[in-house]
Every structure is written in structure tokens, then in C-alpha cells.
Design a protein around this ligand. Structure first.
Ligand code: MN
Length: 129
């Protein structure tokens, strides 16, 4: 039986990115349980319920977008301490600057580079306790 040491929630509407990240976790972060949500609305519910160690949040989502979802997480005392990693295809310096100011712990641009992605996730999981 597998024993998971950490839990990460990934909120992503794109199936290809979801599959890629699933495989990255399987391969590089096998002790992490990956929870998945296709919308911010579903992700917010799962975040409150599971209290993951890290949330990876796509910016471009149907319904609430990543910025709106982050604000709700920050306003909820049960989830405000969870670091949130933003992912987006928008890679301008101004996008990254905006994300930092809003309170995202880090920003990863798509398409994902596996090594950089894995390193960032590990850093955020380890810096937390
Ligand atoms: Mn998206």
C-alpha cells in the first residue's frame, strides 16, 4: 500500500496539461498524492476539504479564473496559509509581476519544462514546514 506524505491539488481545465502533470508526479514525486479539479469552483471545495500542502492553479479557467480563485483562498482562514503556484501560457514579465503581487508563491509558464516544474514544486513543498 502506498503511503502519501504530501498532498497537492492541481486545478486545470486542459486535459493534456493535466495528464502531463499527473505523469510528472508519478515519476518524480511518487510520495505526493495529486488531487485534480477541472474548475476553480471544484478546486476551492476540494481545497477546503482536503487542505493540500500546495495548490497548483491555472490562471485561465472557465468560470472563476486563477486570480479570482486565489483571492477566495486568501480570504478563507482554512486555506490562506496554503502556498499557490500559478501556471499560465501568459509569460510576459508583467504577468509574472502581477502574479507575485497578488500573492502567488511562484509562477510557471506553459508549456511546462519538466525539471523546472518539478524543482519548483519540491521547493514549495519543502519550504512549508
Ligand atoms: Mn486553462
Amino acid at each position: 500500500m502506498e503511503e502519501y506524505k504530501r498532498t497537492v491539488l492541481y486545478v486545470e481545465d486542459n486535459q493534456l496539461n493535466m495528464a502531463l502533470v499527473y505523469h510528472i508526479f508519478k515519476r518524480n514525486l511518487p510520495s505526493v498524492l495529486l488531487l485534480k479539479a477541472e474548475t476553480a469552483e471544484l478546486g476551492l471545495g476540494l481545497a477546503r476539504e482536503a487542505l493540500p500542502d500546495l495548490i497548483i492553479l491555472d490562471i485561465g479557467l472557465p468560470g472563476l479564473n486563477g486570480y479570482e480563485a486565489l483571492e477566495i483562498l486568501q480570504q478563507d482562514e482554512t486555506t490562506c496559509h496554503i502556498p499557490v503556484l500559478a501556471t499560465s501560457a501568459f509569460a510576459q514579465a508583467s504577468d509574472i509581476e502581477r502574479a507575485r503581487k497578488k500573492g502567488f508563491a511562484a509562477y510557471i509558464t506553459k508549456p511546462f519544462q519538466v525539471k523546472a516544474f518539478t524543482d519548483t514544486v519540491k521547493r514549495l513543498l519543502n519550504s512549508e514546514d
